[in-house]
Unconditional design. Sequence first.
Length: 254
Amino acid sequence: MDNTQQKILAVFDFDNTLVDGNTDTWVLDLHPPCRQQMNQQKSEGHCWTDIMHSIFSVLHKKDVRKQDYESCFKSLQFTEGIKETCDFLKNMNIQSVIVSDSNSYFIEHLLQRDSLQEVFSSIYTNPAQWNKDGRLTVERYHSHTCGRCPENLCKGEVLKKYLEKQRLKTGQKFDYIVYIGDGQGDVCAALTLEASDMVLAREGYILLNDLQKQLEMSQGMLPQAKVVSWKTGFDVLKEFQTLIQRSTMKNDLN
């Protein structure tokens, strides 16, 4: 089915959203003492991406190689129902992107492992690469002036620039934007959305708690988009199916 008339954009976080875990902390099982180093550097206020860069150096010194990372990730699966959601988005030609504070290697590996790479047209994350000596490195995605987001990535700024780029490219704007996430880093992007948009915030995680608290207390910058909680990818799938049905009915009336 051609979805060009609906002009829907799906924006996904990766950790604890597409996959049911945190990719950065998942690899600490390769050398558990790294957890102490991570916690120490985090308490000292270091940027998360810089911490991971140093962790990768330690793992390399412990003779951890690319195949070890891949073996470690075998136990990290996509969230229940997310693959079905991805299949639906692909079949409906819904433009889908990832904005994540993970890194490009972790994301690309897991997408390719489960044959989901063709679902997403763009991935915005911290760039990672393998050095000639077999060491994984990662850099900050960008610098920004947002006081709400971590130093290396403002998802709100990324989303705004993406939407502007698409508007200049096509001369049109999306009728609906659906943002799916879970964490503190997703709050800024959620607050950029309009009343016609939707935030799918995972139940039991920071994003939902923060948005609900702001709405209840009417303090700070309030979300304009509809906020809906989800537990599994099947809840996400249902919201997209409902949105497609509603937008199709709207097009028929027009």
